[in-house]
Design a protein around this ligand. Sequence first.
Ligand code: URP
Ligand code: ZN
Ligand code: ZN
Length: 467
Amino acid sequence: MAFDTIITNGTVVHVTGSEKADVAIAGEKIAKVGRGLAKKAAGNGTRVINASGCYVIPGALDVHVHLDLPFCGTTSADDYDSGTRAAARGGVTTVIDFAIPYGDESLQQAVDNWKGKAAGKACVDYSFHVAITKWDRHKHEMESIVGQGLTTFKQFMIYEKEGWQADDAAIFGALEKCRELDAMLLIHAESSRVLDELITRHHNEEEMKKLGAQLHAITRPNFIEAEAIQRAVKWAEVTGGRLYIVHMSTAEGTEIIADAHRRGLSNVLAETCIQYLVLDDSLFKGENGHLYACCPQIKKKADQKRLWSGLQKDTVCVISTDTCTFSREQKATWGGDWTKIPMGLPGLETMVPLAYTYGVGKGRLSINELVDKCCTSPARIMGLGDRKGQIRKGFDADIAVIHPKHKIKVNPAEMETNADWSPYEGWNLAGFSRTTLCRGKVIVDDYKFCGENGHGQFLTRGKPGRK
Ligand code: URP
Ligand code: ZN
Ligand code: ZN
């Protein structure tokens, strides 16, 4: 068999172990994984990529991103061009965004709108979770959306002003429907009424002058997330619907998920985002504290610790980013009022390097566990387990080659993201992708993006999987 590309001399990483092996690629697929393939195939015009001294991991999936999102009175700064170039450089070859209906739009209109944002621009593969913002109308469309290979829905417990908020009846109904359709419901879990009350209590000139962006953290104590997760878990328990808590940020949330698992609720899953594992809320005290506002906000070191242990025990099964980039200029529109900060952080380019440096590098995760949380599990859970997230014959040739020691200092000026700042600026990170392939095509070479707009394909997805 003629191979187009062979990655040789590397250590191929799976969830269950690692092996010294070559990876042979024909067209867009992995054709063979084994020893000595490069020697046999040499000279046939096959491109040989030397991965000596490197890990060869599956292309990562970031299953929680917002590209080109109108939000907080502006539009997020990374679109499908810069966002997916950033992804490629970070070793991410699949992104899953959220198609959100605006105003009276249907789910179908939201999906078509998001397809329009991505078409011709995306450099890596993409799909969408579909946000249910008007339960009474949108419930009638869920079956048709699942029929189109979009098998995950999203509801927000907050964001009333944006018109995105779902109440308990909507969440209960959506979980019932997900059970019926073999779909999964993603929930942004924060307790809105108490959150509103705390915001009202602190929203005065005196406190804003004194505490600035710290009020973002002060008004969102951990129980805001914990109560909401507890409630969502209860609705999942009684309906039997599949529930996936997005961007879990607290130790208390992790305990609730661990307890759900102890009680046998295998239909309840949770992800965390890399920022909650490596940043803490002391950042809000600084002059640039407002830059770090995201929702839910960054918590404390004790929460980081519990989230890492949750990952080790599989209580937390996915690492994602919740990428929602805003420039310094966009963030500056807050004018001292924390309720007006555009909320979100850049993330796609640094997820795997941070997970590598602070997970594998600090002994918190093995390289196999990193592959589990960033590649194999997100693929399986989001219904892509038959083609993404593993280096295995017949799977898409999505691959990142990572040198274990080569460090790059994070410098926004040299990055693909449109963000002109980074929460990780000046941090020395190993784990950037030296070579990234997306469906057989090299899109990063020598740490530099070399892909093309339009290479990224829209992915239909199967039934959401268990781990
Ligand atoms: O701050 C964030 N996370 N912005 C995006 C919206 C969301 O809640 O995920
Ligand atoms: Zn959210
Ligand atoms: Zn989000």
